[in-house]
Design a protein around this ligand. Structure first.
Ligand SMILES: [Zn+2]
Length: 482
């Protein structure tokens, strides 16, 4: 049943019918309720179907797009956040100070129920590290320890190198790796393909008898900048130090080996795992006027790696979601259902924030209409990627034309945001902001992920796309079917 708000298009059915003369008034008094009920029965489905693309919503969508594309707040706040509190690794004072600043700013924006929900997060601390090419005398080689690695003994490890392209090459003759530093040098075909060596390389190398492992940074382009990221140890496998080197150095070591030379490296790594630290998921809302218990989640992750400023990954995603909701407030829209900003903590090295959110809110997950994340780099926006039922997909397609003016009307299958995983597992439909930033992995997890890499106009178009989508999802007459 449609609930009517004063001034909503449906209520004009009643207003117009009762105002023309006594006879008509009397007729209406007796027949009106019946006609109205019959009318609603026939009209309601078509009103519902049409509402996502109605003229009223088109007007709101255009106002949101104009406000977003002319805006300066998203970029100004992004720069302030990253310049003041970047980088923001879990367990760091920077991350918690950033969370305090965001919470205070959300309160001053006038959001409802602004809070930090407690999460225990891993606390890994990178220490001083060095890598030196001894023979031949390459000298100092830039490196970044991978998140979670153990350190070397204080004096370091000096050992000859074995360069391999992939696991198959290592495992074909594993005896060659005994006592060596294994260097994984796979080509960048896709991030998903190369990242297997970053996450699991130490295990494969240790099983073959290596004393340490290095991995080519997960990027298709480099200015001799190493890229960090998460790695893990398999239960029962000897833990060896694991670090990333720049593509240039991985290639150099491979060329030396191809000429019959076995380079010798000296690796010193210090890294510490401290007890779990206190952090928070940031949660803020625009409460729904009609169905406050139904929730549309949107967000990104507030933590970052401990290098650079964590701008593209993922302050940009956080700001795009935050600003989209702020603009919905600014244009005076109050949605039917609750729009909830969630800025997850600890995406990078634990996903504890996403797991804690799903656990804390387990009793209301059946009323989560959808969860949207932006965590693949703010760039030219194409639309959205969606995971959910066919019927939900069909309803979303009615919304997409609202985004045609900014070229963000694409809808493709498959939302893969890491923080969405625990919600997806519990049946919540999920969506990613779909951007096509071709240079994202040039900067990702490196010292070069800094504010200057953000294009303010592209950020604003991402804000616009999210604002229009959130307004539509917040006002659909019925939740998306699962
Ligand atoms: Zn990220």
């Amino acid at each position: 049943m449609l609930a009517m708000r004063p001034g909503c298009p449906s209520s004009t059915l009643v207003c117009a019918a009762g105002s023309r003369g006594r006879v008509r008034d009397a007729l209406w008094r007796w027949t009106g309720p019946v006609l109205l009920m019959v009318g609603i029965q026939y009209l309601a489905p078509s009103l519902k179907a049409a509402s996502a693309g109605s003229d009223v919503d088109r007007g709101i969508a255009q106002r949101l797009i104009t406000a977003a594309t002319n805006g300066t707040t998203a970029m100004a706040r992004l720069a302030e956040l990253c310049d003041t509190f970047g980088p923001r690794l879990s367990g760091s004072t920077n991350l918690e100070a950033a969370i305090d600043w965001i919470l205070a700013t959300l309160v001053s924006d006038g959001f409802d129920r602004v809070r930090g929900e407690p999460v225990k997060v891993p606390h890994w601390v990178r220490g001083p590290a060095s890598l030196e090419g001894r023979d031949p005398a390459i000298g100092e080689i830039p490196l970044l320890a991978l998140g979670g690695t153990v350190g070397t003994p204080p004096a370091g490890i000096e050992a000859p190198v074995l360069v391999v392209t992939n696991y198959a090459e290592l495992n074909a003759r594993p005896e060659r790796a005994v006592g060596r530093i294994v260097v994984f040098n796979p080509p960048f075909i896709s991030y998903g393909d190369i990242v297997r060596y970053r996450s699991g390389g130490a295990n494969a190398a240790a099983k073959a008898g290596a004393v340490a492992s290095l991995v080519r940074s997960a990027t298709p382009f480099s200015l001799r900048t190493p890229h960090t990221g998460a790695m893990n140890y398999e239960e029962g496998v000897r833990k060896i130090p694991h670090a990333a080197i720049a593509t240039e150095d991985a290639d150099r070591l491979a060329r030396l080996q191809a000429r019959g030379i076995t380079p010798v490296l000296r690796l010193v790594l210090s890294a510490t795992v401290l007890p779990d630290a206190d952090s928070r998921n940031i949660v803020a809302e625009i409460r729904g006027w009609e169905r406050p218990g139904e929730i549309v989640v949107v967000g990104g992750h507030v933590d970052s790696w401990d290098v650079g400023q964590g701008t593209l990954d993922d302050a940009g995603g956080c700001l795009a979601a935050w600003e989209a909701l702020r603009l919905i407030k600014t244009v005076g829209r109050q949605p039917r259902r609750t729009l909830r900003l969630v800025l997850w903590t600890n995406e990078e090295n634990g996903l504890r924030g996403a797991k804690a959110y799903a656990e804390t809110h387990r009793d209301e997950l059946d009323r989560h209409v959808i969860a949207i994340e932006s965590d693949s780099g703010i760039g030219p926006v194409k639309g959205f990627a969606f995971t959910g039922s066919q019927e939900a997909d069909r309803r979303l397609r009615a919304v997409m034309p609202l985004l045609a003016t900014i070229g963000a009307d694409g809808l493709k299958a498959g939302a893969g945001g890491a923080d969405l995983g625990p919600l997806l597992q519990r049946g919540v439909p999920t969506m990613d902001l779909w951007t096509e930033r071709t240079d994202y992995f040039w900067f990702h997890h490196s010292a070069a992920d800094t504010v200057d890499k953000m294009n303010p106009a592209e950020l604003n178009r991402c804000v616009a796309a999210l604002a229009v989508m959130l307004d539509a999802l917040g006002n659909l007459p019925e939740p998306l079917p699962r």
